[in-house]
Ligand binder design. Structure first.
Ligand code: AMP
Length: 186
């Protein structure tokens, strides 16, 4: 199974993507986590990504596409994966289409998780008290939500044209949301 998880920051897409990966025994690929690892390793990708991440902006498309075209060819991706936080722009989605056709792979579904904005800000501010993430401050959270609306939300229409979108209500208990996703994609 191969899935994309799309949703605004704070909607719980990381938590849900992990649970769905555990359920199907497939790999969870969070580009945010991969980039934060690059930063802790002080790699050249990490050094350039940090400036964008700390400003709540997107890391340039070519960096992400290079990183993910390498990652998706690794052996652990053979049985399937959940892409969490990638693609985030139309250019990344188009790049991903090329990567997948080179690998002779196709996606099973795009899981779009939705919640209202006030709830998202509350969740993120709360997460900021424990996550240690430099981008979980209220000012940067607003910036990330704005970037999501402008650059990432259009992906839903992109994948709707391909008939791949499953929209999930992201409000409520974590277990219930996982059940909703499993019912929709199984
Ligand atoms: P996340 O953990 O998914 O919220 O990602 C944290 C930050 O990493 C984002 O605000 C971006 O700066 C960067 N990032 C993660 N994934 C991408 C992507 N696909 N394209 C560009 N930037 C990304």
């Amino acid at each position: 199974m191969r899935f994309i998880f799309i949703g605004p920051p704070g909607v719980g897409k990381g938590t849900q993507a992990k649970r769905i990966c555990d359920h199907f025994g497939i790999v969870h690929l969070s580009t945010g986590d991969i980039l934060r690892d690059e930063i802790s390793n002080n790699s050249s990708v990490g050094q350039s990504a940090k400036i964008f991440i700390d400003a709540g902006k997107l890391v340039p498309d070519d960096v992400l596409l290079n990183m993910m075209s390498g990652r998706l060819t690794q052996d652990d991706c053979i049985n399937g994966y959940c892409l969490d936080g990638f693609p985030r722009t139309i250019a990344q989605a188009e790049g991903l289409e090329h990567i997948l056709s080179d690998l002779n792979q196709s996606l099973d579904a795009v899981v779009s998780i939705a919640a209202d904005e006030e709830e998202l800000i509350n969740r993120l501010v709360l997460r900021g008290t424990t996550s240690g993430r430099t981008d979980d401050t209220s000012e940067i959270i607003r910036q990330r939500l704005e970037v999501y609306m402008k650059q990432t939300e259009p992906l839903i229409a992109f994948y709707e044209k391909l008939n791949m979108v499953k929209t999930i209500d992201g409000m409520g208990e974590i277990n219930d949301i996982t059940e909703r996703i499993l019912k929709t994609v199984s």
